[in-house]
Design a protein around this ligand. Structure first.
Ligand code: PNS
Length: 173
């Protein structure tokens, strides 16, 4: 039996909605760390398309019984949440150079706030490098195909929402 400290990683994000790019990164993290906490941001200053409970339900459905992945929500500073979970690592996906500046700033600010927590970046499989939650919402709202780009439950939930009420343009971002 190993007595070493378990390596806990937090995968934070808005996940509005979860895409196959997110799934790919979380699966990669799950191969490297003992526990992977998918941390869904409550983001009080954004108006998400999916309420936080539904974003959590989607992650739970996609990763049902897939150890070592678990899901939670967080509010406030990410590094405080990571400390609270005893995580030593924050995992973020890096798709293209365009992601770099934002991620670089966030990683360095998080390091300033919590030097003991490392940020690691992982690249998703090539077929997911152009996917973002924003583009998924836009393409779906305009009638485009998104199958294979999001987990099936996300597509079903988007369809159900479209029947209830069309997605307003302001919610696309
Ligand atoms: O999926 P997203 O929207 O790119 O995720 C961004 C997120 C939620 C990880 C980021 O906004 C965040 O960490 N928010 C928590 C507040 C915080 O800690 N801000 C300082 C980060 S430098």
């Amino acid at each position: 039996m190993s007595t070493s400290t378990p390596r806990i990683a937090v995968c934070p994000g808005s996940f509005d909605p979860m895409t196959m790019g997110h799934v790919d990164i979380i699966e990669r993290a799950a191969r490297l760390y003992d526990r992977v906490v998918v941390a869904v941001a409550i983001n009080r200053d954004k108006t998400p398309l999916f309420p936080v409970d539904e974003r959590v339900a989607i992650v739970q459905e996609v990763f049902a019984d897939r150890s070592p992945v678990e899901v939670d929500t967080f509010d406030g500073l990410l590094v405080e949440y990571a400390r609270h979970k005893h995580a030593s690592v924050i995992v973020r996906g890096l798709r293209a150079v365009s992601d770099f500046e934002y991620e670089f700033q966030m990683a360095l600010m998080n390091r300033h706030l919590a030097p003991e927590i490392e940020t690691t970046f992982m690249m998703p499989a090539e077929q997911y490098t152009y996917i973002s939650s924003r583009l998924i919402k836009e393409v779906f709202a305009l009638g485009g195909q998104i199958d294979g780009l999001v987990p099936p439950t996300v597509e079903q939930r988007l369809r159900a929402r479209r029947q209830d009420r069309p997605i307003p343009h302001a919610r696309l971002t």
